[in-house]
Design a protein around this ligand. Sequence first.
Ligand SMILES: [Zn+2]
Length: 368
Amino acid sequence: MSQNQGFMKALKCRECGREYPLTATHVCEFDFGPLEVAYDYAKIKKSLTREAIESRPKSMWRYRELLPVATEPTVGQQAGFTPLVKADRLAKKLGIRELWVKNDTVNYPTLSFKDRVVSVALSRAKELGFTTVACASTGNLANSVAAQAAAAGLKAYVFIPSDLEQGKIINSLVYGAHVIGIKGHYDEVNRLCAEIAGKFGWAFVNVNMRPYYAEGSKSMAYEIIEQLGWRIPQHTIVPMASGSLLTKIQKGYQEFVKLGLVTESKYSIHGAQATGCSPISVAHKAGLDFFKPVKPDTIAKSLAIGTPADGFYALKVMKETNAHADDISDDEIRDAIKLQDAGCRNRPRRQAARNQAQPARIRSHAGE
Ligand SMILES: [Zn+2]
């Protein structure tokens, strides 16, 4: 690619480091390693300062140099910059000094974390000339793809497990996406999508567009740092579905350190799963660096990925950051939902800057 690449350098294999042009592709031809976007950090350092960031609109695109688009984003310009909520009563209940919850349930436009990754994937898909986008989904991703494709004038196909609750998919239908139910678990739907992705010339956001799509998750890490008054929380607890979000939180923290936007400090990034689908946490607790795929059986459907694409890398990050992983039963999830209702309270964001010396714990939301 000789045309404008923005701040991106290439797609790079996470296993062997081989570089590829910035097209719609996601796997290394030599070792099947996943491809990841590599950036020109020297170039980024010149334009991405704290002052520049703070002067920009409050969306995830205020960190645009670190997001994989060549030009200005054209889809989902208002996604991200969700509130970081100080949950004092929940902290007290859990016996923690300071607790913050990243509330991505108010993301724009579909009230899910997925609005981040989809706005990146579709902006990039448009740059690459695609007119049809698609995804494999457990619900949230489908809705975000459907809504943002409608706004961007793209055709959308979403593939879901046919037993998915109707309520989770109704928005996709409203936004005019073609919804295709597949008999099987998410993992089987995903495998089908991987097989047909190349066939139709579609941009599958979590298949051939995955290197770009996944980068959108980093915005959550940048926002957490900025909203805490430019510091990295001592502990970050991340729900794990594919494990991708956890690895991208780590990449985001590391990039801010590399760019001198935050001081390096000791931190851990912990992973959480539901016991009914806990391949990553089970492996971590057993001290293994690989996981055994499982058949999901949990009410936490958005986390029910039995063969997590980034499970291996999530295990690596938890090991590197000296973190823990754990999983909880469906009964515990129900209890926690009730507890959360009584426990969260909003606080002005500026409070964060004044609490510099305090350690912080962050929780965030995920799912495919
Ligand atoms: Zn490779």
